[in-house]
Ligand binder design. Structure first.
Ligand code: ADP
Ligand code: MG
Length: 728
């Protein structure tokens, strides 16, 4: 096989695989009822391993957000260490979430010298609570100067420690925040925790006006649906673009794409099912409540979704899900692509955030109840959402802005970059009635007649589904669909919490003023609030088709902001109203916001630059040689034909020759633009990448994809879309 190119080798390797039975995952017979959470230092483990008083004190910190008693930490650390070592752990690590969006860890052994030539296992409260991490190679956006490289990790008591299995053994993982030595947030978790606290304060203020109290904080929940692609790893080996950039920079559309709609909810191929079972087995042990798995719209695209949890936990668990997906894929000879747009012309991958607010005592505050109309408290929370989204659409858009997500948003498969709110007709009607000052009553919940005698009538969802809206009410929660598959969910959750905090503060203040201490005026005050919010902010409500051209124009007419690309969106992080909101509620300082803006812009520039380099290298060293070989072959054969007195067909040769010229031109054009990038500021460079480099990459791609359709298949060096998406 030595004279085969990488692509042919990949195809042969996979053809061999598909004829052998799918690998059987370990532990298929395991019951999740028994193993769920077995690798987590969870409530059950704490109860068993901690003295009663310590357990109670820790529980208070976890549930009510009370400060951790340092005396408790030592006892907990010791118990945690024993629990972990019993299960084979040798090391521990403070896991944190730097601004790269990835998960970072540094492993330390439990063992330390005992002073007489041996070792003892030790893990003190102080090492549990606080770690030191030299994060000088992680982005800090100037929050930590390199001479002061020290960063600290601090235990997040509200996210339980767990054991991560790896081929070599077990590691005790402790979820932590990551701070500079002056207390600035260098990570994604710290602001999320801060925003939760802020949200709780304002939500409780509103609830108090309704005579509702709670001993628990009122926090947000996140239900995160994770989409991903799964392809055979051999193809990735043969495609530098997939290997390095996580997406294909070239590739002609396959003859069959997703036009048959035969993939969504289709039967899961056995090799993939074996992978999924294996993934779920690990996630169950890690206490991640995985619930659904199914095929997604595109070929080779899938989704995994756990049951919703508190935002902080949901975000940590999503990071774990991404880690486990990647790791297990390798074990099964597959590659999990979390990139938002691995294949041009094929649906991309998102990470939908199902968002609600509430707690175990109060339930879900976005639940309209039997009659949304009568549920004044629900309507106040709904108003807060309307106002929040209208005021901070730019900030929310910025929280999902990455180079890779730009390829998905607005591509008629994912929501547009304009942030609008889908409420459905019933709720919109209720609100409009309030605004018009004529409350007719919306009646009871609509029932849906199934038309089958043996089936009872089912309650109709008050929020019908609209998949074209970035922010949709879906019955008892909002589904935010603009986040990309590869991003950490924390950034968007912080923005959702922050904007809700501000609007709940506004609502509480408004109601307090109108009621002036007289609780009998609550009904009237709520009515006035709804009127005011609808008057000022109803422009953000849109129940129609978000993919349509008409909406783009209508949104502009309504004055809704549209930031189509990352360089347009990221500067919103330092808009005055964003800074003042974040500072007011202690979620971000101006400095922290500016750092994020700069880091994310830099990431954008680096991504585009890397992709441009990759595209150039592939075009020069793989595509160009293949095309010129083909041209020679054609020239040779037409020469021979002429010798034999046959008039050769020359149109393919002409096409190939002019394709080669176009390729050469496109390569040179991209090279020139790449090298001419301005270095004034990172924002300038990002804008330049978006306006100049990306279009030149697209032009190069067009030429290459055209050539893929004419060059002899056995000469083409890259696995085709058809092979990657349909061979498994
Ligand atoms: P769909 O594909 O129809 O959107 P999925 O079942 O894939 O639905 O995902 C729904 C997600 O929403 C799950 O993670 C689910 O736990 C979550 N969810 C359900 N109720 C709530 C709620 N009240 N708050 C937040 N998330 C919720
Ligand atoms: Mg969904």
């Amino acid at each position: 096989m030595s004279d085969l190119n990488a692509r042919s080798k990949a195809v042969f390797a996979i053809a061999g695989l598909t004829s052998s039975p799918a690998p059987v995952p370990d532990g298929t017979a395991e019951s999740p009822l028994e193993t769920f959470g077995s690798n987590v230092f969870d409530d059950k483990a704490m109860r068993r391993h901690l003295p009663r008083a310590v357990y109670r004190s820790l529980r208070k910190t976890m549930d009510r957000g009370e400060r951790l008693d340092p005396a408790v930490a030592d006892v907990v650390a010791n118990a945690m260490k024993d629990w972990a070592m019993e299960r084979g752990a040798t090391h521990y690590t403070h896991v944190f979430y730097p601004l790269t969006g990835l998960t970072a860890e540094k492993h330390d052994s439990f063992l330390s010298p005992d002073g007489s030539g041996g070792v003892i296992a030790a893990f003190s409260g102080s090492t549990l609570v606080k770690g030191e991490a030299d994060g000088s190679s992680l982005p800090s956006g100037g929050l930590r100067s390199t001479f002061e490289a020290r960063g600290y990790t601090a235990w997040d008591v509200t996210s339980p420690a767990y054991l991560m299995e790896s081929s070599g053994g077990m590691v005790l993982c402790i979820p932590t925040v990551f701070l500079s030595w002056t207390g600035l947030a260098l990570d994604k978790k710290t602001p999320l925790l801060r925003s939760g606290q802020a949200l709780s304060r304002q939500a409780l203020r509103v609830l108090r006006l309704f005579g509702v109290e709670s001993s628990l904080p009122v926090l947000s929940n996140g239900g995160l649906e994770q989409e991903y692609f799964l392809i055979d790893k051999h193809f990735v080996t043969a495609r530098p673009d997939l290997l390095i950039a996580g997406r294909t920079l070239f590739g002609a559309r396959p003859p069959k794409g997703q036009e048959f709609n035969d993939q969504y909810y289709g039967v899961i191929p056995s090799r993939v099912l074996a992978f999924m079972t294996d993934v779920e087995r690990d996630l169950y042990r890690l206490g991640v409540p995985v619930q659904t798995r199914h095929n997604e719209a595109a070929p080779s695209q899938y989704e995994i979704a756990p049951v919703f949890e508190l935002s902080n936990l949901a975000s940590d668990h999503n990071q774990l899900i991404m880690t486990v997906l990647r790791k297990k894929a390798r074990k099964h000879g597959l590659t999990c692509l979390l990139h938002e747009k691995p294949f041009h012309g094929i649906n991309g991958s998102g990470k939908h955030i199902n968002y609600s607010i509430g707690n175990a005592e109060l339930g879900n505050l976005f639940d309209p109840g039997e009659t949304p109309h009568e549920n004044a408290q629900f309507l106040v929370f709904l108003c807060a959402v309307i106002r929040a989204l209208h005021k901070h659409a730019g900030f929310l858009r910025a929280s999902v802005a990455t180079a890779s997500n730009d390829l998905r948003l607005g591509a008629h498969e994912a929501p547009p970059a304009v942030m609008s709110l889908f409420l459905g007709d019933q709720l919109t009607d209720v609100l409009e009635q309030f605004r018009a000052g004529q409350v007719k009553g919306a009646g009871k919940r609509r029932m849906m007649n199934v038309g089958v005698d043996t089936l009872p009538p089912l309650p109709a969802d008050p929020g019908d589904r609209n998949r074209t809206s970035p922010f949709a009410f879906v019955g008892n929660r909002f589904e935010f669909r603009a986040l990309g598959a590869a991003s950490s969910a924390a950034g968007a959750l912080v923005v959702l919490n922050a904007m809700m905090t501000e609007s709940l503060d506004f609502a509480a203040t408004f109601l307090e003023k109108r009621m002036a201490g007289d609780s009998s005026r609550l009904g009237q005050a709520v009515r006035e609030l709804i009127e005011e919010v609808m008057e000022e902010h109803s422009a953000v409500i849109f129940n129609g088709d978000g993919y349509s051209e008409i909406w783009q124009r209508e949104a502009e007419r309504r004055g809704l902001p549209n930031y189509p690309s990352t360089p347009d969106a990221l500067p919103r992080f330092t808009d005055p109203e964003v800074v003042s909101m974040c500072e007011r509620y202690g979620i971000f300082s101006r400095q922290e916001l500016k750092a994020r803006q700069d880091i994310y812009l830099e990431q954008y520039v680096k991504t585009v630059r890397t992709e441009a380099n990759l595209a150039l290298r592939m075009a020069r060293t793989q595509i160009y040689p293949a095309v010129s070989r083909y041209q020679r072959e054609l020239a040779d054969s037409s020469g021979k034909a002429r010798e034999l007195g046959i008039n050769p067909e020359l149109s393919v040769l002409k096409e190939t020759a002019s394709g080669l010229v176009a390729l050469d031109k496109a390569i040179r054009a991209l090279e020139k633009l790449r090298d001419a990038a301005p270095k004034r500021s990172v924002l300038d460079e990002a804008r330049y990448c978006q306006a100049k480099v990306l279009p030149a990459m697209r032009s190069l791609r067009e030429v290459v994809d055209g050539l893929e359709m004419i060059v002899a298949d056995d000469l083409w060096p890259l696995p085709s879309y058809q092979e990657m998406l349909f061979m498994k």
